[in-house]
Design a protein around this ligand. Structure first.
Ligand SMILES: [Zn+2]
Length: 296
């Protein structure tokens, strides 16, 4: 783990792991993909005792090392309330993507972390005060829903904000411009909230320290808005089902998908449809076994 400032650290594995180290007591912000990524992150700090884990959300690359840490250390685990259900019952992730008992192909480590226990479920932005070697340390949760149902960020006393996937790096957007979202309305609200968030440094899971906060936030907003424009254009050009919209986006974004990626992208399309229906721009109707989508 490399030091950011003061007691705040991060480890740039495929999904960054944050840390707050005080007197060899460590607080982790997410635990990466699996045992090995979190083990590597901690090893660089020498002999430490993990006092607590704060998960930003339930995606497997953010809580994949929880079970390992809980086995090795008596770490208290904090996570947003709704995300906790998924962290404790990982089968829910492929289940909600598939919409029924998921086929075996979907029960993989990319969609399912090892189950782990959440001891404290966070419901709002009430600061969490931990005692490390008898000294109070304050962690400030920030509600940042949208990328996942109840994602949160956490700000340390060094004014470092660990944001999970609330924000995606500009390089990642260039590579994967159809960004994952669960709730577009909340996602856009969270992105606007980040413009005013009082934290000196943003750390995101895929990209690490954010160099230009405003530019990155705007690029995330623009990517979400572009997807909506493309969906509306596809409908104007005759697409009337989710499959037809998916085909149109697949052609624009040059998507190559396996079953899991297909369902993730389909879920993103549905998130945008919900937003557009709630804005009064689209309607759903059902006829002859088809879910039809039409403009208002
Ligand atoms: Zn995520």
């Amino acid at each position: 783990m490399q030091q950011i400032r003061g007691n705040s650290y991060y480890f740039n594995s495929p999904a960054a792991i944050g840390g707050y180290l005080f007197d060899q007591n460590l607080i982790l912000f997410d635990t990466g993909n699996d045992d090995s990524s979190v083990r590597k992150a901690i090893r660089e700090l020498g002999e430490v005792s993990v006092h607590a884990i704060f998960n930003t959300h339930s995606h497997a690359d953010h809580c994949g090392g929880n079970a390992f840490i809980q086995k090795q250390h008596s770490a208290i685990t904090y996570a947003p309330e709704l995300e906790s259900a998924f962290i404790e019952n990982p089968i829910l992730e492929p289940t909600y993507l598939y919409g029924a008992s998921p086929v075996a192909e979907l029960q993989n480590k990319f969609l399912m972390a090892k189950p782990s226990c959440v001891h404290k479920k966070l419901i709002d932005e009430t600061p969490v005060i931990l005692q490390l070697s008898g000294t109070p340390v304050v962690i400030q949760p920030i509600l940042l829903k949208g990328h996942s149902p109840n994602q949160m960020g956490y700000i340390t006393e060094d004014s470092v904000a660990f944001l999970g996937d609330a924000l995606i790096s500009t390089a990642m957007i260039d590579k994967h411009p159809l960004i994952f979202t669960f709730d577009v309305t909340s996602h856009l609200e969270s992105l606007h909230k980040l413009f005013d968030l009082e934290a000196d440094t943003f750390v995101i899971a895929h990209g690490g320290i954010v160099e230009d906060k405003a530019l990155t936030i705007q690029k995330n907003i623009d990517a979400l808005e572009l997807t909506q424009v493309l969906i509306l254009k596809a409908i104007e050009s005759g697409a009337s089902t989710i499959d037809e919209i998916h085909r149109s986006l697949s052609s624009y974004y040059h998507l190559t998908e396996n079953l899991g990626q297909h369902l993730l992208n389909r879920s993103v399309i549905k998130a945008h449809l919900t937003h557009l229906v709630s804005k009064g721009k689209l309607n759903f109707s059902v006829a002859h076994g088809f879910l039809n989508i039409t403009q208002q």
